[in-house]
Design a protein around this ligand. Structure first.
Ligand code: GLC
Ligand code: GLC
Length: 649
């Protein structure tokens, strides 16, 4: 018998014994209709992972009840949004979309305070606000909120769930989507499930990976990558209370959930639907690469991780189809691509573009960027990239070694160079970064630092070097300009927009000093927003630079929003005939074309005008300067760090 037939019988039986009387008539109809459409796929995924377990169908039945309850508690306004988004599923490919990620406490400092920041978001053109994890979490170190103790409770220092719902609808009214984190690879060791496990409840011990001795952990560790070697070696933590080894990929207080247990899948689905029902337009799937463990592998990007995410996606389609997934896979580029699919994650961070923009800034060369983007930029038209320059985490050099090799670049040595360069250990470097997660066994490390400090503003301000300040601002414009113009949603990382420098105060905080990522988790103060909004005037070189950054970004964003070419159109990476320059072509079905050319060096560069031939017109207009660029014989000149957004006439 085929799966399809099986799933039909299964659904009939489940429905026959599922009480839908608590649903309104309309909801019951919607629920059954959506189940008919999506259950076959869900069944397929679920039985693929759990079919060999004797109680698989029991759990599947329970899952359907969880979905029913999810739909029941979805608010009418969100159900309306579901219908709108179903009619306009590609809203996230619109040129209007511009995101910003921010910490509530660093921007608010509470959820209620964020209402006052809506004009600030709007003045920049932000339509998508990702609030960093704001759930209840252990006091002290909680990995910046990524150790969740209760998905249904907001961290009391920030507000309440009611406040969050209020904010979500206030944002929605202003055309701004709220994005929340779905931290589902692990919970904190203070989550009720972990507490029950600690109290010896077998049912909850099975929610996690607990081992009586080192035998199995040792076997796994042969092939695991260490994520935070600076805080703890290996991926397991011994818990004295239960005398067991706990799988903790990240910090010792972040317990990995055991997805080989269908009860975990169901329980976390219920939490996911709660978050969806708060009014989140997208859920950021935190650390999704790690959710499936398979002995003998690095336990990242396993096939069943994909199957499970697809199963979660089915659940959303049934209950909250307005909500999409954003993949946070900071892994090998080939693996990043595998999460991107309409039935898996419709959105994905673009860590390769991010890392290679920084690479080109350091080397002033674009070969690796161009070659890598040619290989990895293209994704399904139903999906989109979330392009970013900085975020709350470190920068990892996740490029493909094979592509580097083709260009004669030794990947190991090159990563070493990039780390040296961005941590200021390389003679002549403009950057002020901080090394992160240095691995004493293999010398590996990653880089932290704010946009401005990594672009050279910190050093230039310190030495009162006006040319240095100028270059730093231009570097910031260049990097962000590419995220605004290349295909995808640009995502600003709050504090970048006002060019804030590294914040070293974490070094005096016992709960933070071991985690250098805090250097780039920086408050945006009222003074910053007042300056940015033009309510105060710059009083020193730092503020002058800050205002230049804000105004520069705002201008580019406004241009993006005025031109449909930045939305639903293809991106083709081109070979610029100058290896300091990066170029790509945007093209839509109406035949409109835009050519972007960027100079990564601090010297003037020339480009043969033949590149302009891709526009197939006699002239074009640079949207950034409003100047006309003719198709004549003399080469095109690009000023240091200049980018051109050439729209065909
Ligand atoms: C993600 C987050 C990071 C966190 C980790 C564990 O990668 O971005 O900040 O430490 O997951 O949750
Ligand atoms: C590693 C992980 C990534 C995480 C980061 C946090 O790079 O692959 O998921 O965000 O560590 O530092």
């Amino acid at each position: 018998m085929s799966y399809a037939a099986d799933s039909g019988v299964c659904l009939d039986r489940i429905l026959a014994s599922t009480d839908l009387s608590g649903l309104s008539k309309k909801d019951a109809t919607t629920f059954t209709r959506r189940l008919k459409e999506h259950f076959p796929r869900l069944f397929d995924k679920y039985t693929y992972v759990y079919g060999h377990q004797y109680d698989c169908y029991f759990h599947l039945q329970k899952l359907v009840e969880i979905l029913r309850d999810g739909l029941k508690s979805r608010k009418p306004a969100l159900k309306k949004l579901d219908n709108e988004r179903l009619k306009n599923p590609l809203w996230y490919r619109d040129e209007q979309q511009v995101g910003m990620a921010c910490y509530v406490d660093l921007m608010g400092p509470t959820l209620n305070d964020l209402h006052d920041k809506i004009p600030y978001f709007k003045s920049l053109g932000v339509t998508y606000v990702h609030l960093m994890p704001l759930y209840d979490a252990p006091k002290g170190d909680s990995d910046g909120g990524y150790a969740v103790s209760d998905y249904r409770k907001v961290n009391p220092t920030l507000g309440t769930v009611k406040d969050l719902e209020k904010l979500a609808s206030a944002l929605q009214k202003e055309g701004i989507n709220l994005i929340l984190d779905f931290v589902f690879n692990h919970t904190s060791d203070e989550h009720a499930w972990a507490k029950a496990a600690l109290a010896g409840e077998k049912q909850f011990q099975d929610y996690y990976y607990l081992f009586d001795d080192r035998t199995i952990p040792d076997q796994y560790e042969h092939t695991l990558r260490e994520i935070f070697p600076q805080v703890r070696r290996g991926s397991f933590t011994f818990n004295e209370q239960i005398e067991k080894w706990v799988w903790t990929t990240f910090n010792s207080f972040q317990w990995d959930l055991n997805y080989s247990n269908p009860a975990v899948f169901n329980a976390i689905t219920s939490e996911m639907l709660f978050l969806a029902n708060i009014g989140s337009a997208a859920l950021r799937l935190d650390a999704l690469a790690f959710i499936w463990k398979e002995l003998g592998t690095n336990c990242e990007n396993q096939e069943k991780a994909h199957v499970l995410i697809q199963a979660f996606n089915c659940c959303l389609q049934i209950v909250a189809p307005a909500v999409v997934f954003k993949s946070e896979a900071i892994v090998h580029p080939d693996e990043v691509l595998k999460y991107i699919d309409k039935d898996e994650c419709q959105l994905s961070y673009n860590p390769l573009l991010m890392a290679l923009l920084w690479n080109s800034l350091a080397t002033r060369k674009t070969r690796l960027l161009t070659r890598s983007m040619k290989k990895s930029f293209s994704i399904s038209e139903n999906c989109t990239w979330v392009n970013y320059v900085r975020c709350h985490d470190d920068i990892g050099w996740t490029f493909d070694d094979a592509v580097a090799n083709e260009l004669g670049i030794n990947a190991f040595d090159h990563r070493h160079f990039l780390n040296q360069f961005y941590t200021g250990r390389f003679e002549g470097s403009f950057a002020n970064g901080v090394p992160f997660a240095e691995n004493p066994s293999n010398g590996d490390c990653r880089v932290c630092g704010s946009l401005a400090s990594l672009c050279g503003l910190e050093g230039a301000l310190k030495s009162n070097d006006s040319k240095g300040i100028d270059d730093a601002v231009k570097r910031m414009m260049l990097l962000y300009g590419i995220t605004f113009s290349i295909g995808g949603i640009p995502l600003l990382y709050s504090s970048d927009e006002v060019g804030k420098l590294n914040d070293y105060s974490y070094r005096f905080d016992d709960t933070k000093k071991h985690d250098d990522r805090w250097v780039n988790r920086i408050a945006v103060t009222r003074a910053d927003t007042e300056l940015a909004l033009g309510n105060t005037s710059p009083a020193n070189p730092t503020e002058t630079a800050s205002l230049r950054v804000f105004n520069g970004l705002r201008k580019m964003i406004a241009i993006r929003k005025q031109n449909a070419i930045f939305g639903q159109s293809s991106t083709q990476i081109l070979d610029a005939d100058n290896h300091h320059c990066f170029a790509f072509l945007r093209e839509n079905t109406q035949g409109h074309k835009l050519l972007v050319i960027c100079n990564f060096s601090e010297h003037v560069q020339t480009i043969q005008r033949s590149l302009l031939a891709t526009l197939k017109g006699a002239s074009s207009r640079d949207l950034l300067t409003d100047e006309t660029v003719e198709m004549n014989a003399s080469p095109l000149l690009l000023e240091p760090f200049q980018q051109m957004w050439l729209l065909a006439d």
